[in-house]
Design a binder for this molecule. Structure first.
Ligand code: I24
Ligand code: DGL
Length: 265
C-alpha cells in the first residue's frame, strides 16, 4: 500500500502523533497539515471548527491518502463522526485511543478528562467512555489557560504551577484515579499536572496512545506498507513554514521531511 497517511491538526500539536508514527511505522509516508494560521480551535464555535477541519480534509484528499488521522482533540470531538460517515477511507481520531487506555488502567472507574472548551463542551470523551462501560464515572473539566501557556513557552515558569492548580481545582473531591490529557498541548504540562493531582492519579496521553493504535489499525485493515518508500514526509502549514519547521525539528529525531506553507481556498 504505497499511498501516504494523511494527518491534520489545528497547528503543531499533532507532531506528537507524527513522532509516534515515524518511530513505530518507519516505512510509512505522512502528509500532515497544521492550520497554524487559525490555531487555536479550542475556543471556536463548533460550526467554525467543522468548516476549518473540512477544508484541511479536502486538501489532504488530493494526495490520495489511504487513511486519515485527526490528531487534534477539538476537531475529533466535533467532526470525527461526520468524517467517518462521509469518507470511504478509515478515519481515526485521538479520543477513542485515550478512552481505551483510561479504561485499561482505572481501578475505581472514576475517570477525569481535561481538554479545550470545544472538546469538553462536545462531551465526546464522556460519550466514548460510556459507550464502552456504562458504570464509569466521568468528570470533565475545560482548561482554557493551558494552550496559551504552552504556546508562549511558559511551561517551566513558577507561576504556571499556580494556574495549573487553579484549573484542576474542580477535581479536588472527585477521587479519580485516572486523568485523560485530552489536548495535544497538555503533555508539555505533564509534570505540573501530575504534581497538582498527586501521584496516585495516572495520566493518559491521548496523542501517544493514538500512535500505538495506528499501527494496529493499519495492519488490521491490510493497509500496511511493507516496502520502504522513497521520498520524504510532507508537512504543510497555513502559517509560517520556517516557524513550523523550527518546532518540528525540536520534536522529531530525523529530518526526513519537507515543510511548505499553503493557502487554503
Ligand atoms: N511550542 C512552541 N510554540 C508554539 C508550541 C507551540 N504550540 C504548541 N507547542 N506556538 O514553542 C507558537 C506559535 N506558532 C505560530 C505558528 O507557527 C508555529 C508556532 C516551543 C517549542 C518546543 C518544541 C508545543 C507543542 C509542540 C509539538 C507538539 C505538542 C505541543 F511544539 F504541545
Ligand atoms: N490541537 C488542539 C486540541 O488538541 C489544541 C490547540 C487548539 O485549541 O487548537 O484540542
Amino acid at each position: 500500500m504505497k499511498r501516504p497517511i494523511g494527518m491534520l491538526d489545528s497547528g503543531v500539536g499533532g507532531l506528537t502523533v507524527v513522532r509516534e508514527l515515524m518511530r513505530q511505522l518507519p516505512k510509512e509516508k505522512i502528509i500532515y497539515i497544521g492550520d497554524t494560521l487559525r490555531c487555536p480551535y479550542g475556543p471556536r464555535p463548533f460550526e467554525e471548527v467543522r468548516k476549518f477541519t473540512w477544508e484541511l480534509v479536502r486538501f489532504l484528499l488530493t494526495y490520495n491518502i489511504k487513511m486519515l488521522v485527526i490528531a487534534c482533540n477539538t476537531a475529533t470531538a466535533v467532526v470525527l463522526d461526520e468524517l467517518q460517515r462521509s469518507l470511504d477511507i478509515p478515519v481515526v481520531g485521538v479520543i477513542a485511543p485515550g478512552t481505551r487506555a483510561a479504561l485499561k488502567v482505572t481501578r475505581s472507574k472514576r475517570i477525569g478528562v481535561i481538554g479545550t472548551k470545544g472538546t469538553i463542551h462536545s462531551d465526546a470523551y464522556q460519550k466514548s467512555l460510556k459507550m464502552i462501560d456504562n458504570y464509569v464515572y466521568v468528570k470533565s473539566v475545560a482548561c482554557p489557560d493551558f494552550v496559551p501557556i504552552v504556546e508562549r513557552g511558559d511551561f517551566h515558569k513558577k507561576q504556571t504551577f499556580e494556574i495549573v492548580k487553579k484549573n484542576l481545582l474542580p477535581f479536588q473531591f472527585e477521587e479519580i484515579d485516572t486523568l485523560i490529557l485530552g489536548c495535544t498541548h497538555y503533555p508539555l504540562l505533564q509534570k505540573q499536572i501530575q504534581k497538582a493531582m498527586g501521584r496516585r492519579v495516572t495520566l493518559i496521553n491521548s496523542g501517544e496512545e493514538t500512535g500505538r493504535e495506528l499501527s494496529t489499525i493499519l495492519q488490521y485493515s491490510n493497509l500496511l506498507n511493507i516496502y520502504a518508500l522513497e521520498g520524504k514526509h510532507k508537512f504543510f502549514t497555513t502559517g509560517d513554514a520556517a516557524m513550523f519547521e523550527k518546532i518540528a525539528s525540536q520534536w522529531l529525531d530525523e529530518k526526513n521531511y519537507v515543510t511548505q506553507q499553503i493557502r487554503l481556498e
